[in-house]
Design a binder for this molecule. Structure first.
Ligand code: ATP
Ligand code: MG
Length: 178
């Protein structure tokens, strides 16, 4: 499974609908001048895939909508098109489209054009092997520096989370309490 295409409209600095494709299943590099929207692009991807931007307040949603002199938008969307030929997303389709829309009052998810709940999306992503709370597939600016400066114990904690073993430690601790 890999991202084939990203479509953005009205999100932060992206006013007009823009499609970014094709992506390589291996490594992709995003380059551009300062302020050209690189960070906003990754924000858009995390907006769809991570659970960091849940329970948004009205102001938070407003900040995601494109605002420009005389041409502000009232709604936006980000759609990620996955190549699912390996069926890692447990849906019997070779291509899966996941879209999240945002307007001042609400934000919603669509799977292949069908309205779905946030819980359905999060469960689906989890079964596909995404870490929701710690999306290691997007390494944010400054993260590498902070990784090198971390204490060994903190780095170990992060590795446990990425490897997916921390959840077992938590459960073990819980079961020993009883
Ligand atoms: P750098 O190389 O400095 O990290 P960048 O390519 O990552 O730059 P971004 O941070 O993605 O750039 O884009 C910043 C631009 O996005 C700024 O010009 C900012 O004004 C604009 N921007 C952010 N939110 C909105 C919004 N809601 N509406 C319109 N423009 C926005
Ligand atoms: Mg940036």
């Amino acid at each position: 499974m890999y991202i084939k295409k990203v479509i953005i409209e009205g999100f932060k600095s992206y006013r007009e609908e823009i499609t970014t494709e094709p992506f390589s299943p291996k490594v992709n590099v995003v380059v551009g001048a300062n302020g050209s929207g690189k960070s906003n692009f990754f924000h858009a991807i995390r907006f769809v895939l991570s659970d960091m931007f849940q329970n948004l307040r009205s102001e938070d949603r407003g900040a995601l909508l494109h605002e420009g002199a005389g041409h502000s938008v009232v709604s936006a969307f980000v759609e990620i098109v996955f190549d699912n030929t390996d069926n890692r997303i447990p849906v019997d389709k070779e291509e899966v489209r996941l879209r999240r829309t945002v307007a001042s009052k609400k934000d919603e998810y669509y799977l292949d054009g069908k309205h779905v709940s946030k819980t359905e999306v999060m469960n689906l992503l989890e079964s596909a092997g995404f870490s929701r709370s710690n999306p290691y597939y997007v390494v944010q600016q400054g993260k590498i520096a902070s990784l090198t400066l971390m204490k060994d114990s903190e780095r170990l904690d992060l590795l446990k989370e990425i490897g997916g073993t921390r959840v077992y430690e938590d459960r073990r601790r819980e079961s020993l309490k009883i």
